[in-house]
Design a protein around this ligand. Sequence first.
Ligand code: COS
Length: 382
Amino acid sequence: MPDFSLSEEDRSLQDLARKFAKTEMAPHAAECDRTGRFPEEIYRKGWELGLMNLNVPTEFGGSGLGLLQQCLIVEELAHACGGMTTSIIANCLALEPLLLGGSREQKGRVLPPFCKEYHLAAFALTEPGTGSDAGALQTRARKEGDGYILDGEKCFISNGPVAELYTVFATLDPALKHKGITAFLVPRSSPGVHAAKGEEKLGHRASSTGSIRFDGVRVPASDRIGAEGEGFSLAMRTLDQTRTPIGALANGIAQAALDHAAAYSLKRKTFGKPIGEHQAIQLKLANMAQDLHAARLLVWHAAWTIDRGASGTLESSIAKCFASDAAMRITDEAIQIFGGYGYMKDYPVEKLLRDAKLTQIYEGANEIQRIVIARELLASYA
Ligand code: COS
């Protein structure tokens, strides 16, 4: 029988994140959502508490947490604000390829500065012409002397406009498809790097998302991660690690929606009694609770599987896909329970639906998750 109890350390991490989310993030969530402000002072406080760089091993100064522990933290943060959480966990995504494929020298050089001081990194895979079909990316890496020259454009990059270091995926030859893709570390200060200002987005408005152009950017061979042609596999293995926390992020948003809807249903009266006493509302709340419970179990299971050393390709796609779809259903029903008020910006639930939407799209659209799930499933029958 699996043991679902959390250790004392797990609980204290959860408490730390919950307190930070409640006292530092939540009071500013509506304002940042309205204005699109990037609340760097909050991210700096999160960094000081050890809530960033969660996946960086302690030997390099990071928190060195397992994936289940990361998910516990992410869910708590996202309860306060999905957008802020995206920016807080973007370093984990950006640094994961280095953790998976970097040399000891690279890790010792690149990781400690992120843990000694507040710095942001960004994962640059997506391009204007290639989102889901990551193997078709067009950013070129030309070999020149003891290094490479990068040319191309990335888009929709979380923390792209503000990060100091990019993990960039480029191809040595597009004809080689996946086998030409190679990963590089590129400081934003490198000549030829142009980061555009943040995009106006539907949700996650406290995070900064933008395009980055690389015009003849020189990268020394010492900043290539892994071997030439290993980049696609590194990107996929990274996403195997980071999709589960996106499920946890969706659960945090969904929990907030359920909390608001349930509390409102006890206060709001129609036909002479609180709406929570009408079966129409009870059925909605029950469906929301079931969806969330199932999503949380899937996220915990995927994280537990990966913490035990498995790749988690199947489990992370199932967790991310189910939890983000559930978050959309749950936030939609929360608005319905609030009725007209739910549609208004004065109430907190419409933001939750806008924030939930991105979890179905980023780190692999849910159509891609279903393709991954089907492939893994069929492979087990072949
Ligand atoms: N771990 C390790 N290797 C993997 C892998 C994984 N999870 N998934 C695929 N690979 C390897 C395959 O084994 C294959 O290797 P060989 O060429 O040695 O056989 C290679 O990568 C190509 O794999 P595949 O043929 O499955 O690639 P496809 O082009 O069909 O696409 C998908 C695979 C669709 C799954 C991939 O492009 C994808 O995940 N797209 C979404 C990208 C994404 O999430 N973007 C969000 C960016 S971050 S916000």
